[in-house]
Design a protein around this ligand. Sequence first.
Ligand code: UT7
Length: 382
Amino acid sequence: MTMRAHITGWGKFVPAQVLTNDDLTQIVDTSDEWIHTRTGIAERHIASDDETTSTMALQAARQALGVAALKPSHLDLIIVATATPDYLFPSTACLVQDALGASRAAAFDLSAGCTGFVYGLSVAADLISSGAYENALIIGAETLSRIVDWSDRATCVLFGDGAGAVVLQANGAEGGVLSTVLGSDGSGANLLRLPAGGSYEPASHHSVAEGRHYLKMRGREVFRFAVRTLPAATRLVLERAGLTLAELNLVIPHQANQRIIEASTRSLGLPPEAVFSNLERYGNTSAASIPIALCEAIEKKRVKQNDLLVCVGFGAGLTWGATAVRWSMPLPPQPISPWRRIWQKLRYFYAAARSSVRRLLRWLLALGTNWKGSDGHTNHDK
Ligand code: UT7
């Protein structure tokens, strides 16, 4: 039987702290009027000191697994799409894997800028339809507030923090992920980047003093690239699925700028209600924007069973991508019973305890080996 990848769970998390346009006027020379008319953004959520990409990813992941009624131990694969991982390595996906107790899952981070979630969805869907895996968790999560230069009004007003996740599961039924389009053009690498902190320009006093650990963007050029790419990728992904724009129920585009969304909507000849937008309240959350928007579209009853959706994004790289999905899950989802909630909490408590025990055992083993070494029996160089 041909296996198809169906979205069976979804979840989102945004930090409680909200930064409004008016708040930003206290930080840089800007105005609510400029930000709102040029971008459509009114406010964004900002992570607190103890929130990171992995903690937000974990919250979104738990919700998604809850909706799918899937045990973390049944996951085969975890992908975290992010440009702001907790560390360069280990991957944020491994931190999430450990916190979930997803004991048999492969885990890796995916770097494709704001297109990361669409890339992740495509990779996971192909691994599922090839028969390699049955259950995958794809997360888009970002803490952009940590790499934004809060003295640069051209960029700091645009971005926000948050995470969104979906569970993809193998199923022989019709629908699910129908087609994907992925693209890249590295000649535009300089348009949107974080210059320092990698192997090209490692962290140094100089790089920090020059502010080269902050995001840099040539906004107008990215804008032009976006309004060209979004409609083209949407058309192509439908063509690959053998479908037309007339059959499309909802486009969930990357939430970067309301003017980009409106220009793409016009170019596709779609009515405004066929394209979902929520960036007014979240700003641009990069790889998290599409899964957060998908969750909100579901909450607002903008998605129904059998609807045809297109998720479409663009971003640093340059990259772009689109995924056509025939929504197969009944909506709204079954509410999670109080008992199941308790079980889920216990499961995550057990995962944390298991992780601590493994660390302790590793520490004891290292202690034992060192003790042996001091006795002259073990040579670490061997
Ligand atoms: O997620 C993927 C990547 N990101 C994007 O998709 C972003 C794509 N680009 C954009 O959304 C838009 O280019 C921006 C919102 C970034 C900028 O809008 P724009 O209409 O392209 O403005 P601009 O950069 O051409 O700047 C116009 C003016 C400039 O002043 P002058 O030179 O005309 O006097 C800027 O200095 O607006 C000024 N400006 C601001 N003024 C008040 C730039 N930022 C601000 C600000 N407040 N925050």
